[in-house]
Design a protein around this ligand. Structure first.
Ligand code: FES
Length: 147
């Protein structure tokens, strides 16, 4: 259980929220524990941005993008998903559980979905607890490097 609300790094493709009301909500009413970064496409989200958020104390990372056939850059979202899922394996390996990174693909018809997705993610992160398992430094026993 967490005493504070989980910190969420929210990366949003600037085209994925088709509803103006939803985009206004994201731009002006996001809760303080959610940090927004907009990107021209999920394909432009460098894994190092995610790592930076993780190192900065994010308990979870949400990435919202366009549906596969609706990406403005054709396959940017598919490439991003592949790359970021592989990067998620690495994060999991160093102690940042896979459930802490979530993709959301939004459709033209979606209205009010992003609020629900963020609320659900926050709830799931609360159940997981703070991200404290991250390995920041591994002690190497003396002589181990020469073995
Ligand atoms: Fe939205 Fe590529 S333009 S994911």
């Amino acid at each position: 259980m967490m005493s504070q609300k989980p910190k969420i790094a929210f990366f949003q493709c600037q085209w994925c929220l088709y509803s103006q009301e939803d985009q206004i909500w994201v731009d002006t009413q996001l809760p303080k524990n959610i940090h927004l970064t907009k990107s021209p496409c999920t394909g432009r989200i460098n894994p190092l941005y995610i790592l930076n958020a993780v190192q900065g104390g994010a308990d979870g990372v949400m990435i919202s993008g366009c549906m596969p056939e609706q990406c403005h850059f054709k396959t940017g979202n598919m490439a991003a998903r592949r790359q970021l899922e592989e990067f998620n394996d690495f994060l999991d390996h160093i102690g940042y559980e896979k459930q802490r990174v979530r993709f959301v693909w939004l459709d033209l018809q979606d209205r009010g979905i992003i609020q629900k997705q963020l609320a659900q993610f926050e709830q799931d992160l609360e159940a997981l607890g703070p991200a404290t398992n991250l390995v920041t430094r591994v002690k190497i026993a003396e002589g181990e490097l020469n073995a």
